[in-house]
Ligand binder design. Structure first.
Ligand code: GLV
Length: 327
């Protein structure tokens, strides 16, 4: 019997054409809106495999009804939308797409850092509002990044790429905090491991690159921002719920930190009347870290290959819960 694959939206052709070459029956959701969870469940019930992404809720409710799935292949590096523990207990392997977007996401973190330091988005909006006035030698001053200290929270694949950019461009000192030390990255970047509080105290730019877990959820809250330098820039390109957004807004308003660059917000999507959008030192993007042609094509290929290899050889090149395949 041909395997039926549910594809939860229109992913780049690069991966979809690989699936089409195999002997699968594909159902691709083609509407210009995501499926509701009810629609996703209804469809998934009649399929063997699912290709999904970060806004598809693969939670307890979904898995209770779709425990028959052979494989869930996530088009993303993060998988906090998936109840992996439950999938594992049901024997469902979960694939993901690491590394495909490391360069693209690090570019966004690096770009946001410069944009915040020089108030770029605010000044752009000022021109649109007809507010390009006279040359004021003391107006709208930014800060320079040369020789500053970059603190990385979560020095993994993407954090390393961000640190490399900052080192090469501005000779920044690199400090980091992780669950476990990354000795290879320490050597590569001459980076120092510090405790979380020291990361807060010492960073001129603090960039978040960890996964969202119960431990990291809203770890950047009022008490964390209070410990940071008043000149510090907070960058988050990982997951919005890692910061407490009202506390972040308050921290900038109170001068506890200088500003923020966010590619992820808490919640998403950010509403247009959010005060951060009109702040001088805040630059916000709508979760586009992996949004390059190269990264999205590669993600699509990896997500497709996870399904193909699973059916052809019971291997999944990029798997979140490898213990399932050993059972
Ligand atoms: C994007 O946010 C991803 O997890 O790939």
């Amino acid at each position: 019997m041909k395997k039926k694959i549910l594809v939860s939206r229109q992913y780049p052709k690069a991966g979809i054409s690989l699936l089409e070459k195999e002997d699968f029956l594909l159902t691709i959701w083609e509407k210009q809106r995501p499926m509701t969870q009810d629609e996703l469940i209804e469809q998934a019930k009649t399929h063997h495999a699912l290709m999904c992404t970060l806004t598809d809720k693969i939670d307890n409710h979904f898995l209770e009804q779709c425990g028959h799935l052979d494989i869930i292949s996530q088009f993303a590096v993060g998988y906090d939308n998936i109840d992996v523990e439950m999938a594992t207990s049901l024997g469902i392997p979960v694939g993901f797409t690491p590394d495909a977007m490391s360069e693209a996401t690090a570019d966004i973190a690096f770009g946001l850092m410069i944009a915040v330091a020089r108030k770029m988005f605010f000044l752009h909006k000022a021109i649109i509002k007809g507010q390009w006035g006279y040359f004021n030698p003391t107006g709208n001053l930014g800060i320079e990044l040369k020789n500053k200290t970059l603190g990385i929270f979560g020095l993994g694949r993407i954090g390393v790429k961000m640190a490399q950019r900052c080192k090469n461009a501005y000779d920044m000192d690199i400090i980091y905090h992780n669950r476990t030390r990354n000795k290879d990255a320490e050597k590569l970047l001459n980076a120092s491991y510090v405790e979380f509080d020291d990361l807060l105290l010492q960073s001129d730019v603090l960039s978040v690159h960890c996964a969202l877990t119960p431990t990291t959820k809203e770890i950047f809250n009022r008490s964390a921002f209070k410990k940071m330098k008043p000149s510090a820039i907070f960058i988050n390109t990982a997951r919005g719920p890692i910061h407490h957004e009202k506390d972040l807004t308050h921290a900038i308003q109170e001068g506890d930190i200088w500003g923020t660059g966010l590619d992820v917000t808490n919640p998403e999507p950010m509403q247009p009347d959010n005060p951060l959008l009109s702040m001088e030192n805040a630059c916000i993007l709508p979760h586009v870290g992996s949004g390059t042609i190269e990264a999205r094509n590669q993600m699509s290929v990896l997500a497709a290959m996870n399904i193909i290899e699973f059916y052809n050889s019971r291997q999944i090149p990029h798997i979140v819960n490898p213990e399932v395949l050993k059972q």
